[in-house]
Design a protein around this ligand. Structure first.
Ligand SMILES: Cc1ncc(COP(=O)(O)OP(=O)(O)O)c(N)n1
Ligand SMILES: Cc1ncsc1CCOP(=O)(O)O
Ligand SMILES: [Mg+2]
Length: 504
């Protein structure tokens, strides 16, 4: 069931962490949280006074009541008070994973110590966590201290962080998100590390200087859980969780006499709250010793486009279509030829560029950036894989605009590193034009993407036809790229007029 998670965690009487934080974080992302309470902690902003673990039969009855009603896609685990609870939850998760039609994804925040420094367990539960619980966990979100305690790896540098993630893999957890809030490497920065399905992600930003950080761990893990429940890919859930915490730390205030709680302010809509996707060619990448791809020649700040509203943007595969659309008044267009063995490729590209100039239009060449530079194109459109291998410095030096494809929040921020001329976002809907399996973004993500990236011209692409154009236009997007809505229209010229009128 989407848009719903279970959180199995402790109650914080102070209202800043535990179940209370979990519910607020999930709610901020539009996700409902069912709550199974493992302990009633007596704590306030100054410390933990009592833990009060809940009896197993009471935990069991909460779980049974929920199981009879709703089976979530994601279960978030937080504080477990004693060894008995760890074993019981581990066995229960094992049963869910083997008997439910869709096994739940388990996100575990290994809460052992509160931000006040006080222990949050009644006894030493470490051996039970390692033996019983971790093999049932899919995603773990430890901080520096929890990583060191659980793996025995001391985080002295980036390679130690990678080693710790591998140690978690060996303990049975496939996906690891290590939070660097207390790591302070490089000095003054907060770097988080993710390892998932053979991919690695480093996210970073300047540390936010506030003492009021109570509940960040719970809120981070619940944000990850909520966004996974929405079927967002792990890397997007990771980005959103970090942006959510940054936003919350910036707005955090004190309520009592001690450490105040992280604030819960809804979906993070300010790009300044988002971390940098750290790549090898950046200053942070060098500090972390990340390896540069051998072919990569990077650059940023590409030529600007004179407007943010690129209008209806046909993406077509022939010179004939280019000419037909330009004659019909189109001002932004792309030549997308996917057959690189086409004998007349260069001639087609050169002719399309000449036509673009004749009709005073913004003509982008997809993929063939060398030919586009050679023939003086207005712009080049590249995919995420292409920006790792294309010579971006040459494109920039030629003064040619660069459009970049993005599929989700992680790729959005990766593209933002290069400050391209526009950002494309898609596929918004399923399409038969290109295999976009697992990359359908939907309208809700576009609604967030447009205000976040308001400094760029934004192009929505994928499965958009006349019927859908209106809801897409309502997101405020300045351009809609289409293939079939024009090339398969009974009357392409009329389709162009109708699409343009919806976007205006
Ligand atoms: C406007 C626009 N947006 C996205 C794409 C897709 O480009 P890319 O990711 O390079 O994939 P291919 O088009 O090469 O299959 C696009 N072409 N135009
Ligand atoms: C090239 C491309 N990139 C993302 S979706 C897409 C195809 C869009 O085609 P259509 O408008 O026919 O769905
Ligand atoms: Mg391409």
């Amino acid at each position: 069931m989407g848009n719903l998670i279970w959180t199995i965690a402790g109650s914080d009487a102070g209202g800043g962490a535990g179940i209370q934080a979990d519910i607020k974080a999930a709610q901020s992302f539009g996700v409902h949280a069912c709550s199974v309470i493992t302990a009633l902690t007596a704590q306030n902003s100054m410390g933990v006074e009592e833990i009060n673990g809940v009896a197993i039969k009471v935990i069991e009855s909460q779980l049974d009541a929920l199981e009879q009603d709703v089976q979530p896609k994601v279960i978030k685990i937080g504080m477990l008070a004693n060894e008995q609870q760890v074993e019981f939850i581990a066995n229960t998760l094992k049963r869910y994973k083997t008997t439910w039609q869709t096994p739940p994804v388990v996100v575990y925040d290994p809460v052992a110590v509160a931000s006040s420094g006080d222990s949050l367990t009644e006894e030493d539960i470490l051996p039970a966590i390692k033996t019983h619980l971790l093999p049932q966990v899919d995603v773990i979100t430890p901080n520096t201290q929890e990583t060191q305690i659980l793996t025995g790896v001391y985080l002295i540098g980036p390679s130690a962080v990678q080693d710790a993630a591998k140690a978690f893999n060996e303990l049975g957890v496939p996906t690891v998100l290590i939070k660097g809030g207390h790591w302070d490497y490089p000095k003054g920065y907060c770097i988080d590390y993710g390892a998932h399905q053979g991919e690695e992600y480093w996210l970073g930003n300047k540390a936010i200087n506030t003492p009021h950080s109570h509940g960040t761990g719970c809120s981070f893990a619940s944000s990850v859980a909520a966004n996974l429940a929405k079927d967002y890919p792990l890397k997007d859930a990771f980005i959103l969780a970090k942006a959510y915490i940054n936003q919350g730390l910036k707005h955090a205030t004190r309520f009592g006499q001690g450490i105040g709680p992280v604030a819960h302010c809804g979906f993070p809509h300010d790009i300044n709250d988002y971390p940098e996707v750290i790549e090898a060619d950046s200053w942070l990448g060098q500090e972390l010793d990340l390896e540069m791809g051998s072919e990569q020649v990077s650059a940023r700040d590409f030529a600007k486009i004179e407007t943010r509203n690129l209008g209806i943007y046909p993406v077509v595969d022939s010179v004939d279509w280019i000419e037909r659309c330009l004659k019909a008044g189109i001002k932004t267009i792309q030549l997308r030829i996917k057959d690189s063995s086409d004998a007349d490729l260069e001639e087609k590209i050169a002719t399309a560029i000449t036509l673009g100039k004749k009709y005073d239009a913004r003509l982008f060449i997809n993929d063939y950036w060398q030919l586009a530079i050679k023939h003086g194109a207005y712009g080049i459109h590249l995919g995420q894989e292409d920006i790792s291998v294309a010579n971006l410095a040459e494109i920039k030096q030629a003064g040619i605009r660069l459009g970049v494809s993005t599929h989700g929040f992680y790729e959005m921020l990766r593209a933002h590193n290069y400050r391209p001329s526009y950002l494309a976002f898609g596929a918004i809907y399923p399409t038969t034009t290109k295999d976009m399996t697992g990359q359908i973004q939907g309208l809700e993500k576009l609604k967030h993407f447009v205000p976040l990236m308001h400094d760029y011209p934004v192009v929505a692409i994928g499965g958009i036809d006349l019927n859908r154009a209106e809801e897409v236009a309502k997101t405020g997007v300045g351009s809609i790229a289409v293939v079939r809505a024009i090339t398969e229209a009974a009357d392409p010229e009329a389709a162009i007029v109708e699409l343009e009128s919806v976007l205006k």
